[in-house]
Write a protein that binds this ligand. Structure first.
Ligand code: MN
Length: 243
């Protein structure tokens, strides 16, 4: 099982969560929301070879934490993964779009200069702007659009510029999410939970709930869960190889 977007440090009982991930051999990309949190979050899973911690600055925090951007630049050489980054154009955050865009472009530029990284990207209500930025910084690495909610035509653009997609149980529980997933080439799909923020039936998603995404995808693709797992694992190996 692979959880490419999880906020591990934000579970109240994260030590137990990490233990169970270890036991079940789950691969986790533990995303962070501010550069300041990166070292601390890395430390909570320091002996776990399957858990990697990415360096990020969440667009919903950009207006409050923009001063930490210099830390992003300081840490990038030690960070193998970048996320959560991106733009958020929803009602509550639209007013900060200028500062968000400045931060996002700065991050893409820094990441590009560092040779590129796998990046986990938030694009809620800002798909066009995110895709424009990614197109401007083509060598920033491999973008994974997490929980993509754009239109079919934005999806085609995203596929065209080389984006990957991480999708999870909450997204696949909606009609729209299923339709999006159906139109993404299988070889560009990875799984995620976005726990503990994302919920399913009012319960916080846990990394092991990736099993739900696997069965949802196997229904969607009309193949067995074993075949689905093989595809997802081969995708995972392929993105790591190309990064
Ligand atoms: Mn997230």
């Amino acid at each position: 099982m692979i959880d490419m977007h999880c906020h591990l440090d934000l579970y109240p009982n994260f030590q137990q969560v990490i233990k169970r991930c270890e036991k079940q051999k789950i691969y986790v990309l533990s995303v962070t929301t501010t550069p300041k949190a990166w070292h601390g979050t890395k430390a909570i899973s320091k002996n776990c070879e399957r858990i990697k911690t990415s360096l990020g600055l969440h667009p919903q925090l950009a207006h409050e934490r923009h001063k930490e951007i210099y830390l992003f630049d300081d840490f990038i050489s030690d960070a193998k993964y970048v996320g959560e980054i991106g733009l958020d154009g929803s009602k509550e955050y639209k007013q900060h779009q200028k500062i968000q865009a400045g931060i996002f472009k700065h991050i893409l530029n820094t990441t590009q200069k560092a040779g590129g990284r796998i990046m986990s990207i938030h694009s809620r209500a800002a798909t066009d702007s995110v895709l424009d930025c990614l197109d401007q910084y083509k060598d920033a690495g491999i973008p994974i659009l997490h929980w993509f909610t754009g239109t079919q035509s934005q999806l085609r653009t995203a596929i065209g510029i080389g984006c990957w997609f991480s999708i999870g149980p909450a997204m696949l529980a909606t009609k729209k999410g299923k339709l999006i997933a159906q139109n993404i080439p299988k070889e560009r799909i990875l799984t995620e939970t976005d726990g503990p923020f994302a919920t399913l039936n009012k319960k916080k998603l846990m990394p092991w709930d990736i099993s739900k995404a696997i069965s949802q995808l196997s229904n969607l693709w009309q193949i067995s869960t074993e075949e689905t797992e093989l595809i997802l694992f081969s995708n995972f190996k392929s993105i790591l190889r190309d990064s």
